[in-house]
Design a protein around this ligand. Structure first.
Ligand SMILES: [Zn+2]
Ligand SMILES: [Zn+2]
Length: 238
């Protein structure tokens, strides 16, 4: 099957990424994607855009270079109540929120605290994805997290950048395998993301694919193969 969608990507506007929106979309096209999602960091990340950036995303065309463009944001979770760093006005023109725990926006907590934070963030009406829940600096109770994701109709992300050997999310592979096994047990889908911070990484899932094969993870549980399911979930289409 063919991956048709990558919804976690950054441009220069995120402050520590290196490509333009056009460059990202061109790579998405080369890699055969049909849907591209732009998801800059929320405003509390050092170097992130000013809040005006998010509401002005309404000017981004819905189709560029033959690719359908979705407007997202990777919001920062700020506390164990799951508060995110986006105000309703800034979310008006945004299709979906990825909620992520990042230093320095969030303190490292206990497994219970970190899991509470993610589950509480899932209750936000625009949070549809939990970003990289594989980061050992924020340990998690995975059985509880997967059950909650299913209950709240929120997807857990399998993040290709977390698996990059030069990355800083240690033991991401073990954590990702645990998430995948639990999702198989619960028969609940995941979303694959590149988390590209440079155009060449858009639509790149090279570290994820061997793990999916090894675990015999079923195609039906990979939402990137069925973009309409995601678009219905976020009420982008009926
Ligand atoms: Zn992130
Ligand atoms: Zn990201």
């Amino acid at each position: 099957m063919k991956i048709l969608m990558d919804l976690h990507t950054h441009t220069v506007a995120s402050g520590h990424a290196y490509s333009s929106l056009e460059a990202n979309i061109n790579v998405a096209k080369e890699r055969g994607l049909k849907y591209y999602g732009l998801s800059e960091h929320g405003p509390k990340m050092p170097g992130a855009p000013h809040i005006y950036y998010y509401s002005n995303m309404r000017i981004i065309p819905r189709e560029m270079n033959g690719i359908r463009v979705l407007r997202g944001v990777e919001a920062n979770i700020l506390d164990y109540d799951g508060t995110i760093d986006m105000i309703p006005e800034s979310l008006e023109y945004i299709d979906y929120v990825i909620a992520s725990s990042h230093p320095p926006c969030m303190n490292y907590g206990t497994s219970q605290e970190n899991t509470d934070a993610l589950i509480n963030a899932m209750k936000h009406p625009k949070v549809f994805i939990i970003g990289h829940p594989d980061d050992d600096r924020f340990p998690l109770d995975y059985p509880r997290l997967v059950k909650a994701a299913k209950e709240h109709d929120v997807l857990l992300e399998i993040n290709n950048s977390s698996l990059n050997p030069i990355g800083f999310r240690k033991h991401a592979k073990d954590n990702i395998e645990e998430i995948l096994k639990l999702c198989m047990k619960e028969n609940y889908p995941v979303i694959l993301s590149s988390d590209a911070h440079i155009s060449v990484d858009v639509g790149n899932f090279n570290y994820i694919m061997p793990i999916l094969s090894k675990l015999k993870f079923p195609d039906e549980l990979i939402i990137n193969y069925f973009p309409e399911k995601f678009l219905k979930m976020i009420k982008f289409i009926k």
